[in-house]
Ligand binder design. Structure first.
Ligand SMILES: *[C@@H]1O[C@H](CO)[C@@H](O)[C@H](O)[C@H]1NC(C)=O
Ligand SMILES: *[C@@H]1O[C@H](CO)[C@@H](O)[C@H](O)[C@H]1NC(C)=O
Ligand SMILES: *[C@@H]1O[C@H](CO)[C@@H](O)[C@H](O)[C@H]1NC(C)=O
Ligand SMILES: *[C@@H]1O[C@H](CO)[C@@H](O)[C@H](O)[C@H]1NC(C)=O
Ligand SMILES: *[C@@H]1O[C@H](CO)[C@@H](O)[C@H](O)[C@H]1NC(C)=O
Ligand SMILES: CC(=O)N[C@H]1CO[C@H](CO)[C@@H](O)[C@@H]1O
Length: 632
């Protein structure tokens, strides 16, 4: 047998070492290995690994050649084989394996085997024990194995060089189960989101009962995931392929024996999309009155031979759906959209879906819903459009110009509301919450106008504030997003009135002799007027005195006081009767103004009118008089 030369061996060690670690054992490799005899296995062994160093030794005690070309983390000798494996043995018989230790150095080195013979293992060394081994040459040992039972044995040989101690493992592999899996399993072509299976009859061709586990990853799964199988027995193992994306898929199926060995089976599967479409993929529904319904049909077509599973969703992808639903779960309760019912379409049948449109509002609806169906990776979008029609009310007019209205007056207007639609129209009137808006009231405030009917609504305006206004009254119709607008505009004015004279002319008045002038205040408005009258520019002191009063005061010797009083403040010389009052709508009042003059000179004053709720000095009437005679 030609063992590889040391130099060849060293050069491949590193590569093979890595390959051995990374290499996954396939069923065929495992079977082949397990069925080999000890000699066949040795013959098949081409790999060498550097031995595990147990201890470094002080070279000054062992050799004068302390320098070496071999790196310190490598042993001076390379064992071949790296591990001694006995297998397929019969108890009671003796087997042997050679162990070669190659000197890797440039100088001769010594190597010894520290080994205590056991009941099962014995080692026989080279004849020239303890002598040096020349560079590139090996020391050859023979390991004998005499098993007592059919079971696993473990042992190790310790080699001592001039620089280190390293170990060589010895292993005896007892009976093993071997499941005759294929190295590669190809699953039938699969439609996306569907599944295909492949079933294998697996037999235990080993010499031990199999206890095993089977493991793989999505999109593959395997049944059973574990089992036991007696020698020579068979069982079915089914691999399932359930891809969610198109393209080629592959995974390992790991067969794990209870004896510790892992065997890797490659799974392959290809996934395709099916020719499935929604027909149509966009639906324009008929205009539909709220509370009524319309239906449109959509169908799902395919070219497949497999049953198709489908479900409708409001989301375009599973990720969106999961995120949205988790968010909903935190907040709101269940919504209809969450209900996911998976339906099934049998091969060669067409599924029809009814899109039911039941609008709740008079508006344009547009939505995309998605059909998640076997055979299509992405969800199929269906655009649905529809218009909800609400009740239709019409106002006889939309603008009322009230022009001038009197303050405090109640003004009533009627507006005819007609139902021009095909469903009853519940309505409600509302006014803006503004100063003038609050002056409006409605009768009735709400109601229902039946189909084809009309209703009169009375609108009352009653204001105690003056000014112009334009207010939008709103007629809200149930289910109509936009209310109808009825604009009222106008101007609230104060009451209108006038005197029947253009001035009050007393002419010449005599000192202390009261003179009365009469006029009429006409109310020309439709509301009553509450007024107050006063003479602007009249004195603010005591009332003026008549000559008759003066004479009586004089006679009572009180003249002095009277004169003293008048010197300081001008007396009140005018008396208005009535000084205040109320004139009903469309009526008049007679006003008497009396002047009792205590002053010499010309009077150019004014009678002014204050109106409650409107203002002061709304109107002025000139008052003229002349007093130049002191009549004593
Ligand atoms: C390894 O062993 C198998 C059978 O046990 C044999 O067919 C094959 O030739 C061997 N390979 C080498 C390189 O000896
Ligand atoms: C929720 O769904 C909508 C589509 O319906 C999507 O645009 C949005 O991104 C989703 N939100 C989250 C948090 O996933
Ligand atoms: C579906 O129809 C096609 C064509 O008519 C036919 O070849 C196929 O066998 C049918 N498949 C099934 C499952 O009925
Ligand atoms: C104004 O009214 C008064 C009282 O009614 C009346 O006496 C007077 O004659 C009237 N004057 C005119 C100019 O009509
Ligand atoms: C105000 O009242 C008087 C008396 O009733 C009436 O004659 C007059 O016509 C009224 N004013 C108007 C503008 O009608
Ligand atoms: C639901 C559906 O459209 N099924 C179809 C599946 O494919 C077969 C074969 O093409 C059609 O006949 C079915 O109508």
């Amino acid at each position: 047998r030609g063992f590889p030369s040391v130099k060849q061996a060293i050069s491949v060690v590193c590569i093979l070492h890595c390959a051995a670690v990374c290499l996954q054992v396939t069923p065929s490799v495992y079977t082949q290995e397990m069925l080999q005899s000890t000699e066949e296995r040795l013959a098949n062994t081409t790999e060498m690994h550097p031995p595990r160093i147990l201890e470094l030794l002080d070279m000054s005690n062992t050799t004068p050649h302390k320098m070496s070309i071999v790196a310190v983390d490598q042993a001076l000798f390379q064992p071949y084989p790296s591990e001694l494996v006995f297998q397929n043995f019969t108890p009671g018989q003796t087997y042997k394996l050679p162990l070669l230790l190659f000197n890797n150095d440039k100088v001769s080195r010594q190597v010894k085997l520290k080994f205590q013979d056991t009941e099962y293992f014995q080692v026989v060394g080279p004849d020239e024990a303890g002598s040096k081994v020349a560079p590139g040459i090996s020391a050859t040992f023979t390991v004998f194995f005499t098993p007592q039972e059919s079971k696993d044995y473990h042992h190790r040989l310790v080699c001592v060089t001039e620089r280190e101690r390293f170990e060589v493992p010895v292993r005896a592999i007892g009976p093993r189960a071997i499941l005759d899996f294929r190295d590669e399993l190809y699953l039938p072509l699969c439609a996306v989101k569907a599944s295909t299976q492949k079933t294998h009859l697996v037999r235990n061709i080993g010499n031990s009962k199999a206890k095993f586990k089977l493991q793989t990853q999505r999109p593959f799964s395997v049944m059973p995931s574990s089992g036991t199988l007696d020698v020579g027995e068979s069982m079915q193992v089914t691999v399932d392929f359930h891809p969610m994306s198109i393209g080629d898929h592959s995974q390992d199926l790991v067969l794990h024996y209870h004896t510790g060995e892992d065997v890797y089976i490659s799974l392959y599967g290809a996934c395709e999309e099916l020719n499935i479409h929604l027909k149509p993929d966009s639906v324009l529904l008929k205009k539909t009155y709220i509370s009524l319904a319309n239906v449109h049909t959509v169908s799902l077509t395919n070219r497949s031979e497999i049953p198709l599973q489908f479900c409708w969703s409001a989301w375009s992808s599973q990720e969106d759906e999961d995120l949205n639903l988790s968010r909903y779960r935190i907040g709101e309760e269940e919504t209809d959209e969450k209900q996911r019912e998976k339906g099934e379409i049998w091969p060669n049948t067409t599924a029809h879906f009814n899109i039911l449109f039941k609008p709740e509002q008079a508006k344009l609806y547009q939505q995309i819903i998605y059909c998640d169906v076997t055979g299509r990776e992405s969800r199929l979008p269906l655009t649905v459009k529809g218009e909800g029609l609400g009740p239709k009310l019409q106002l006889k007019y939309n603008l009322m110009d009230m022009k001038n209205v009197f303050i405090g007056d109640k003004n009533c207007y009627e507006v005819l509301v007609s139902n021009k639609g095909l469903i009853d129209a519940p309505f409600r009137l509302s006014r803006p919450d503004t100063a003038f808006g609050r002056c409006f009231s409605f009768s009735p405030e709400e109601g229902v106008v039946p189909v084809g009917a009309s209703q009169i609504v009375e609108i009352t305006f009653h204001s105690y504030i003056l000014g112009t206004f334009s207010e939008d009254l709103l007629l809200t119709v149930t289910a109509q997003p936009q209310p109808l607008t009825l604009t009222f505009r106008g101007c609230v004015i104060g009451p209108t009135f006038h005197f029947n004279v253009s001035e009050l002319n007393f002419g010449d008045v005599a000192f202390g002799f009261p003179l009365t002038s009469i006029c009429t205040l006409f109310n020309t408005s439709l509301v009553p007027v509450t007024f107050a009258l006063r003479v602007l520019g009249d004195g603010l002191g005591c009332p003026s005195v008549t000559s008759a009063q003066q004479v009586s005061e004089l006679s009572r010797n009180n003249w002095q006081g009277s004169v003293a009083r008048d010197l300081h403040v001008r007396p009140v010389e005018f008396t208005v009767s009535p000084p205040a009052g109320s004139v009903r709508a469309m009526s008049d009042v007679t006003i008497k103004v009396t002047l009792c003059s205590n002053t010499v000179g010309r009077y150019r004053l004014a009678l002014v009118v204050d109106v409650e709720g409107v203002g002061e000095e709304i109107m002025t009437l000139p008052v003229i008089a002349r007093s130049d005679t002191v009549q004593m």
